[in-house]
Write a protein that binds this ligand. Structure first.
Ligand SMILES: Nc1ncnc2c1ncn2[C@@H]1O[C@H](COP(=O)(O)OP(=O)(O)OP(=O)(O)O)[C@@H](O)[C@H]1O
Ligand SMILES: [Mg+2]
Length: 223
């Protein structure tokens, strides 16, 4: 199982007077077995932080380590390979494939990543906990926001990554579902030694976190 470390990350957007310093020499790490919550208001840089942590965006300076590998020094091909095998994203836009049913979205994972996906019995429990059964044969455009969110969470977990990076995974969910998703992520950290990082403004997840940080003015503070 891999840990994740960000060292002295700086990220800017824009030019000249419209230039904004979104992440300010930010350092962070999370270990296997930990569920970490990063809270921050809209525009504070949560998605920027998470996409840099997973190598979907590059920082202007600083490094990101997945275990011993420096993501910022890898070729695109190596980076993709590492992402596919080690990192699971649950993104703000659910990224479901529109012409595939929910079940087919999971089958697609098997085609893209042929090995080390979640064992069937374990995935059946995830399906049950997230109440995906009734929507397995439905297409994304027939699902509610919460159903899409749950399908996207299940798909990401199915690939069985060491590290799970989740961006507002509970934004569309009601209180009961938030508890289920929070409990599920916490179980994956505690029982299966996953490293789980959730960026959110949903304080309903606080109870499930081992550590809570605030992202404020480009800096992280332990709550
Ligand atoms: N590609 C981009 N180009 C220019 N500015 C950007 C870009 N991406 C993000 N920003 C700016 O960086 C800041 C942080 O954005 P980010 O999306 O990381 O915030 P967030 O905390 O995820 O917000 P939300 O809660 O609304 O999702 C904002 O000021 C945003 O306008
Ligand atoms: Mg965001």
């Amino acid at each position: 199982m891999e840990n994740i470390t960000l060292r002295n990350i700086n990220k800017y957007f824009g030019q000249d007077i419209s230039r904004v310093h979104v992440l300010k020499d930010l350092s962070f790490s999370a270990d296997p077995g930990e569920m970490v919550l990063i809270l921050g208001p809209s525009g504070s840089g949560k998605s920027t932080f998470l996409t840099i942590a997973g190598g979907l965006q590059t920082p202007d300076s600083g490094s990101v380590f997945i275990g011993n590998e420096d993501l910022t020094k890898l070729s695109n091909k190596k980076k993709e390979e590492l992402r596919l095998n080690k990192i699971g994203f649950i993104l703000q836009a659910y990224n479901l494939v529109p012409y595939l049913t929910v079940k087919q979205q999971f089958d697609l994972v098997d085609r893209v990543k042929k090995t080390a996906n979640m064992p069937r019995e374990e995935f059946n429990q995830v399906i049950q906990k997230l109440d995906i059964g009734p929507i397995l044969n439905k297409y994304p455009d027939t699902l509610s926001g919460g159903q899409k969110q749950r399908a996207a969470i299940a798909r990401s977990l199915y690939a069985n990554p060491d590290i799970i990076l989740a961006d507002e995974p509970t934004a569309s969910l009601d209180a009961k579902r938030v508890k289920e998703v929070g409990g599920l992520l916490q179980d994956l950290a505690h029982q299966y030694q996953k490293t789980i990082i959730v960026v959110t403004h949903d304080i309903r997840l606080n109870d499930f976190a081992d550590k809570i940080y605030h992202l404020d003015d480009g800096l992280l503070h332990l709550a």
